[in-house]
Design a binder for this molecule. Structure first.
Ligand code: ZN
Length: 432
């Protein structure tokens, strides 16, 4: 049974929906909850987009109403936003806040509406990841206290704007925002996007993929790199970060804004996740939590929406990893531990229709390991692996591919790396 707006306002199960929420938005909330519940029951997905869209259509001003009265953090960038969102949410939650978050990764306005509507009875903070192209409009609608900017790299070539245009739009939107901006000092495109904001905290968030930032976003000249430092002849250069790491790329010992050194130990693998954690800790300080306490409480996070999880796929122990673009692969190659590797590539709308990005991934580093290519575009992948000198087998059906990899490395954990839909298809189909 679907609740009426009146029942939603006082359902007896929790606090009432605040009075400032208009009837129109309440109606949007009811429709969103009803449709999302239906979509989940029909197995049509994780159920946040359809209902959120309908809710927004009924109540276009609903986002601002639902966000009002609570502190909002927006997390954006091409890579790491789901993980950084999960880490910040975990830190705030462990210190007693009822956190509203879009943990299913629905990072456009419809997903924000669904998340905020579901949490309308709590006054706790909202930690929301935002698609990088939607950041300007989300800033306007949600009036965040904190905006976290991770990186900008090429992703979904056929439908995303060129990354410099995104950086330029960020710059325009962030100029004059009252929000505190937490920005990655290591990515020139991010620095360009944040440079006109009134309040910026720079973090040494790292960047392993520099091909998209070889040109200066300020003048078009060349950027020169010298270790962590970078600069252009026009004067545009890496800002000195308030938060960073004392041990460079290893990223195991953080330097906090007060100069104290703190070890960063997570259950999530890899230096890129430790850097995401430090960025999240800097954001937590704006919410009144110390960065040190925030980092400690992030240790409870073992997986993020199935990513990094150890699952059994048809009896084969399998590490579930998601990489959807060259920058993501660059990071992930660091944590793909020994054992057979299954690479699954699809090219549906959510993945980007053009799989030519595969040519930018340094697959050469997998040479000599047992590799199985799978997914709807396994043939494209197979050609790429061939030119990378990686001998491999091709098994187009993913469950069969994992089973084959299990045979190639008996007793070892299979490393499954899928792009977006390939990853979630396997998670739904066979990973328990
Ligand atoms: Zn320049």
């Amino acid at each position: 049974m679907v609740a009426t707006p009146g029942e939603l306002a006082h359902d007896g199960a929790g606090s009432p929906v605040p009075d400032r929420i208009t009837l129109r938005t309440r109606l949007g909330m009811v429709v969103a909850a009803g449709l999302n519940g239906l979509s989940r029951r029909l197995g049509a997905g994780q159920g946040t987009v359809l209902g959120g869209r309908a809710g927004l259509a009924i109540a276009p001003g609903g986002l601002a109403e639902l966000a009002a009265g609570r502190r909002v953090a927006l997390i954006s960038g091409t890579n790491g936003k789901t993980t950084t969102t999960a880490l910040l949410a975990a830190a705030l939650r462990s210190h007693g806040s009822a956190v509203v978050t879009n943990s299913t990764g629905s990072n456009m306005p419809a997903g924000h509406f669904a998340a905020l509507a579901a949490g309308a009875r709590t006054g706790g903070p909202a930690v929301l990841e935002v698609d990088e192209g939607y950041l300007p409009q989300s800033l306007a609608a949600l009036a965040p206290a904190v905006v976290v900017l991770l990186n900008l790299s090429r992703d979904q070539l056929d439908r995303s704007s060129e990354v410099r245009m995104v950086a330029e739009r960020w710059r325009g939107a962030l100029a004059g925002t009252p929000a505190t901006v937490i920005a990655n000092a290591d990515d020139p495109l991010v620095v360009h996007g944040a440079r006109d904001a009134a309040s910026v905290i720079w973090v040494g968030g790292g960047v392993r993929w520099r091909a998209d930032a070889a040109g200066c976003p300020a003048c078009g000249g060349g950027i020169a790199y010298d270790g962590e430092a970078w600069s252009c002849r026009c004067g545009f250069r890496r800002p000195s970060p308030q938060f960073g790491f004392a041990d460079g790329p290893a990223a195991r010992t953080a330097v906090l804004a007060d100069g104290r050194l703190v070890p960063v130990a997570l259950k999530l693998p890899g230096a890129f996740n430790r850097r995401n954690a430090l960025v999240a800790a800097a954001a937590a300080e704006v919410f009144g939590l110390s960065a040190r306490a925030a980092l400690e409480s992030m240790r409870v996070v073992e997986e993020v929406a199935g990513r990094f999880a150890l699952r059994h796929v048809r009896g084969v122990p399998t590490r579930m990893l998601l990489a959807k673009n060259p920058a993501g692969w660059e990071e992930l190659l660091e944590v793909v531990t020994p054992g057979p590797v299954v690479i699954a590539i699809n090219a549906r709308v959510a993945d980007g229709r053009d799989p030519s990005w595969l040519w930018d991934v340094p697959f050469e580093r997998l040479a000599g390991r047992p590799v199985v290519a799978t997914g709807e575009r396994s043939l494209d992948l197979s050609v790429r692996l061939h030119y990378a000198g990686v001998s491999h087998e091709r098994v187009p059906e993913p469950l069969g591919a994992v089973a084959r990899a299990g045979e190639l490395g008996p007793g070892q954990v299979v490393q499954f790396v899928g792009n977006y839909t390939a990853f979630y298809d396997l998670l739904r189909a066979g990973a328990h």
